[in-house]
Design a protein. Structure first.
Length: 396
């Protein structure tokens, strides 16, 4: 199999087979790590699809992103890259359960013999009496279980609700398997027909969620605690009881005070809410180091917000003497970083990140002038200007 074969697999949306082939092609190369990451991302997407915890629109966008990434990475692989595996092309059959679109049949939509012959699929609604009775009993038992759940568990947890949702879909599929006619659906990600189509439809539409009790939604709410820390988990002392945390939740702006423990608490949120644009409001220019991050609220309800002061990497200004620019002044920051003023009296000193702090010491020295020592506050982004005084001339 060469790159053209893999590209054909991607074009046919057979991403799992394409990823398997590209993993072998990228083995022991600089692209191996990137392929492993794409493979993990694809598996996680498939898991979310099975569990129904992401909308079909989000899954489609994720799948499209993975497809684009695979095509870009495929172009970067060596032109002669090949792998010694074979991928069988799915047969094009006319007995696709009435779809009529020429696409390869999905195995879950038929109940054929499974031996690869071209015999038409056997409808689940016209099988023997034992099979029909089993389907009916499965459907009735599932619906009875849901009825009992409604009576005895009026406000299920997220895990319980998922199980109920699965049972409801199974019950619908069991009853639907004996009904006449044939249902065929295409979600854009997968196709299904017959009882499987009914199962997919009920599971994705999730009708129980549409009739959710507001009281239950309130009981499911959780509190979000935002822990404000500096870089590398360091505590930011000045922010305690002085600043605010601001965030967007599902398009709504929320703002809470930072308490004496360096935390801000938000009430009445639900697991799965998207937390965006988490930042701080404070008199000094503290900002989030990752302002574009999007957090998904889980049951723990905790977010660690890393903040830092801006502008700490530069100290600058102008030195004068008798209202005139003073050149040749040596300027030292923390006795380590230096510059000399030019003819206009200006200086600018860059400070590496490892040495940055909010109140560095700045010394100004020039022969014949009094030594000056000042504190700089670079986070204000204001110049540190100075007027130097000449030393008195000693009389002989």
């Amino acid at each position: 199999m060469n790159k053209s074969d893999v590209k054909q697999l991607i074009a046919e949306s057979r991403l799992d087979e394409a990823i398997e082939a590209m993993l072998l092609m990228a083995q022991d190369s600089r692209h191996e790590t990137e392929m492993l990451q794409l493979s993990g991302r694809f598996r996680e997407m498939e898991k979310q699809k099975r569990m129904g915890i992401e909308s079909s629109g989000d899954l489609d966008r994720t799948r499209n992103k993975i497809t684009v990434a695979l095509l870009q990475l495929l172009d970067e692989l060596p032109a002669g890259a090949t792998v010694n595996i074979s991928v069988s092309k799915p047969p094009v059959s006319t007995n696709t359960g009435g779809t009529g679109n020429g696409n390869p049949p999905v195995s879950t939509t038929t109940t054929g013999t499974g031996n690869g012959d071209a015999k038409p699929p056997v409808s689940t609604g016209t099988g023997d009496g034992g099979s029909s009775k089993t389907s009916v009993w499965i459907g009735v038992a599932s619906l009875a279980a849901i009825l009992a759940a409604v009576l005895f568990v009026p406000c299920p947890s997220s895990a319980q609700f998922f199980v109920f949702r699965l049972i409801l879909a199974l019950g619908a599929a069991g009853i639907g398997s004996i009904l006449p006619g044939f249902l065929n659906i295409d979600t854009g990600v997968a196709k299904a027909g017959g009882a499987l189509a009914l199962f997919t439809l009920v599971f994705l539409l999730n009708p129980a969620h549409l009739m959710g009790d507001e009281r239950c939604k309130k009981e499911e709410s959780v509190s979000l605690t935002v822990f404000v820390n500096g870089k590398n988990g360091q505590s930011i002392q000045p922010l305690r009881q002085q600043g605010y945390v601001v965030l967007d939740v599902n398009g709504e702006r929320k703002k809470e005070l930072i308490d004496d423990k360096g935390q801000a608490s938000f009430k009445n949120l639900r697991p799965g809410d998207k937390i965006r644009h988490v930042n701080v409001e404070f008199s000094e220019p503290f900002v989030s180091t990752r302002p574009d991050s999007v957090y998904t609220l889980d049951a723990s309800g905790q977010i660690y917000l890393e903040v830092a002061l801006k502008h700490l990497g530069r100290v600058f200004g102008t030195v004068l003497s008798r209202d005139e620019p003073l050149g040749g002044v040596v300027v030292l920051v923390d006795n380590t970083f230096r510059d000399t003023t030019d003819a206009t009296g200006s200086y600018s000193i860059s400070i590496p990140e490892t040495a940055q702090r909010s109140d560095p010491e700045v010394k100004f020295f020039k022969e014949g002038y009094r030594l000056e020592i000042k504190k700089a506050f670079p986070q204000t982004n204001q110049p540190l200007n100075l007027v130097m005084q000449k030393l008195p001339v000693k009389k002989r």
